[in-house]
Ligand binder design. Structure first.
Ligand SMILES: Nc1nc2c(c(=O)[nH]1)N[C@H]1C(S)=C(S)[C@@H](COP(=O)(O)O)O[C@H]1N2
Ligand SMILES: [Mo]
Length: 517
């Protein structure tokens, strides 16, 4: 029974701490998010790679669930110790709270208020432990009378009925659970209400001064099972280290351009929108994408010309890196020469015709065609520092990933799906290929290691977007192996050699096994 009370006391501590964080307007300082975020930043690269591979976009819920499980086990132990060693139990609780407080303080942008949630939680948890481990129902002889004894009552109360102890414990348990759930729930409601009001989804943005070329209708092949050419926001992959989506009110947002520049610049969101905006279709890809994987998406971005902004600031000789930072302390190293070579590098404010969704970087993010996201696509960006690769390293570079990472030529089979059963005869094989900023020149497919055959390419929307392809295969019954490879406009063909994503992107041919009946 005591372990249950340990868990309930911890739940109450957590609930009151989360409520405090919400009331303080610092949800990221709540114990779960603070410890979870610190864990993400401290965990070694192999563990992160494993998490992304094993859980994909569910890696964050899995981490939170793991934390809650660890906390439940620890607090059950604290609860078991509590009746005999109350001081030890309270010390253990204080230790957990200190950990949460330290984690909250270690986060970027943390201030002294961020220790409040852990402090309130520790106090709540201690009270809860004392409350449950007070002797359940003191006998009359040990009753401590508080206040004035009431003599109109019988001096000897009736002996407790059998089961009364149990009932008292249950009542206390229910009370703790109630406070835990109510405080935790109230915290969530407050935080989500605040977040919705900081959301800029309904801001009206100025039209582009330099609009994207209209998409030729033939960029999308009408093959069932093949995704659309333009990825809708809600199915666009999301990769970042943020346990909670940073909510940045656009009225408070600023961007600093500094470092090796002649004239440092500070811009507000209104300043950004006052500049001429460029609109482009650009395919974004994550370096963690395995061969054939899902971490690529194509959107129509609207934003400020990043190269023009840097030229205004006057980049000094010697700078070779743009070190961009986000509001949550993440950073990316972007090769300056790539941004200045004439490609459409953007400080984007909109995606697919609307302000950026919070999860994709509202109010502003970087987009640089041809570079993997981790070296170019900083979301919630607030700081651009012109520096040197020799002097400063970014978040992932410090964890073993390459400092420069152009996107490798890639192709994948989306139809048929792996291990699909198809009927013999004409089978459509289709998919996507990308080689951003070079362009896809050809896609070839082969069956069971036979000769490579050219697939038909959909219309191109330019070198910075992916390209759909399809071909027809005369399938005979049995098991078959389909493989695909693309050649980019520089004449480079995807190599057969399989290399893992770390340090600068996977290579190898996507292979799909199918059964023909
Ligand atoms: N602030 C911030 N920006 C970030 C990241 C991050 O972890 N934090 N991840 C980058 C990575 S690795 C990729 S692939 C892209 C993904 O952008 P998306 O989530 O909009 O698809 O964002 C980049 N921008
Ligand atoms: Mo990425």
């Amino acid at each position: 029974m005591s372990e249950v009370f340990g868990v309930l006391a911890a739940a109450l501590a957590l609930g009151t701490a989360e409520l405090t964080a919400a009331l303080a307007g610092r949800p990221e300082a709540g114990p779960l998010l603070a410890v979870g975020s610190a864990f993400i930043d401290l965990s070694p690269a192999w563990l992160k790679d494993f998490a992304v591979r094993a859980f994909g976009t569910a890696d964050k819920p899995v981490l939170l669930l793991g934390l809650v499980t660890v906390l439940a086990v620890a607090s059950a132990a604290v609860g078991t110790a509590a009746p005999r060693r109350p001081r030890l139990a309270i010390a253990a609780l204080a230790g957990l709270a200190a950990l949460a407080g330290a984690a909250a303080l270690s986060r970027p942008g943390a201030g002294p208020v961020d220790v409040l949630p852990a402090t309130v939680g520790a106090a709540g948890g201690t009270l809860a432990l004392l409350y449950t481990h007070r002797r359940p129902r003191p006998g009359p002889e040990s009753r401590i009378t508080l206040g004035v004894p009431r003599h109109d009552r019988p001096i000897q109360p009736p002996a407790p009925a059998p089961g009364a102890d149990r009932r008292a414990l249950l009542t206390r348990g229910a009370a703790l659970l109630g406070v835990a759930v109510l405080s935790g729930g109230a915290g969530r409601v407050i935080t989500s209400a605040r977040q919705t009001s900081a959301d800029g989804r309904f801001l009206a943005l100025p039209p582009p001064a330099d609009p994207a070329r209209p998409l030729p209708p033939e960029v999308g092949l009408n093959v069932p099972g093949l995704g659309p050419f333009t990825t809708p926001d809600n199915s666009f992959y999301r990769v970042d280290t943020a346990l909670i989506v940073p909510r940045v009110p656009h009225q408070e947002w600023t961007l600093r351009v500094h470092g090796l520049v002649d004239r440092p610049i500070e811009l507000t969101f209104a300043d950004l929108l006052a500049r001429p905006l460029t609109e482009r279709d650009i395919t974004l890809t994550c370096v963690s994408n395995e061969v054939g994987g899902p971490y690529a998406g194509n959107a129509r971005w609207l934003g400020v010309d990043l190269a023009a902004l840097l030229r205004e600031a006057g980049v000094q000789a010697g700078a070779d890196q743009i070190l961009s930072r986000s509001v949550d302390g993440w950073s990316a190293s972007t090769a300056l020469e790539s941004v200045l070579d004439g490609r459409d590098a953007l400080l984007a404010v909109a995606m697919n015709g609307r302000p950026l969704p919070p999860a994709h970087g509202f109010p502003a993010r970087m987009i640089v065609p041809g570079l993997y996201g981790y070296v170019s696509a900083t979301k919630w960006v607030t700081d651009l520092k012109l520096t040197r690769f020799a002097d400063e390293q970014a978040y992932w570079t410090r964890r073993g990933w390459a400092e420069r990472a152009p996107i490798k030529t890639a192709s994948r089979i989306e139809v048929p799906k792996p291990f699909a059963e198809v009927s013999a005869g004409s089978v459509t094989v289709a998919g996507t290929a990308w080689a951003q900023h070079r362009g896809v020149a050809a896609v070839e497919v082969r069956v069971d290691g036979g000769p490579w055959r050219q697939a038909d390419l959909a219309a191109s929307a330019g070198p910075d977007t992916w390209r759909q392809w399809r071909t027809t295969w005369q399938a005979s019954p049995g098991q078959h192996r389909l493989e695909v490879r693309a050649t980019d406009a520089t004449g480079h063909t995807q190599p057969a050699e399989r290399v893992p994503p770390i340090p600068d992107g996977a290579t190898g041919w996507h292979t799909v096994l199918v059964t023909v009946t």
